[in-house]
Design a protein around this ligand. Structure first.
Ligand SMILES: [Zn+2]
Ligand SMILES: [Zn+2]
Length: 132
């Protein structure tokens, strides 16, 4: 069992955490700075908010606010243009453009008018079509 002491460094900025800034992230469980005293100076390496569903304080470190490390973050590779997306979905470009227009697949339209799709959204569309 790991005992985390208040002298452990912040998981965000690696600096020592004072007792009044000691907070543990509800998402990853790591220690981070969050100043809980208005009368004392302190650093904030995350936020705390009130969860309306649980009526509890929810602590979040900056890393988790930006998205969990494990999550598949959208990279360039995960963004497809219309012809790539149509190929992935096994549809014609026109079909896919209509599906996008109908809001059946989340997409983005660039300033130039080109449609962009996230691979995950296209694959989800493919699954729904497979079941139909
Ligand atoms: Zn910190
Ligand atoms: Zn966290």
């Amino acid at each position: 069992m790991t005992v985390i002491r208040p002298t452990d460094p912040c998981s965000i900025c690696s600096e020592a955490v004072e007792p009044h800034t000691e907070s543990y992230c509800n998402a990853c469980g790591r220690l981070f700075h969050l100043n809980q005293r208005e009368d004392l100076p302190g650093r904030d390496c995350g936020t705390v908010s009130l969860s309306e569903t649980h009526l509890a304080l929810v602590f979040m470190c900056s890393a988790c606010l930006e998205g969990p490390e494990e999550a598949v973050s959208p990279t360039l590779d995960a963004v497809l243009d219309l012809s790539e997306a149509a190929q992935t979905a096994g549809m014609s470009e026109a079909e896919l453009a209509r599906a996008a227009e109908a809001g059946r697949v989340s997409h983005r339209r660039t300033a130039g008018g080109a449609l962009l799709f996230e691979r995950a959204a296209v694959e989800a569309l493919l699954r729904t079509r497979g079941q139909a």
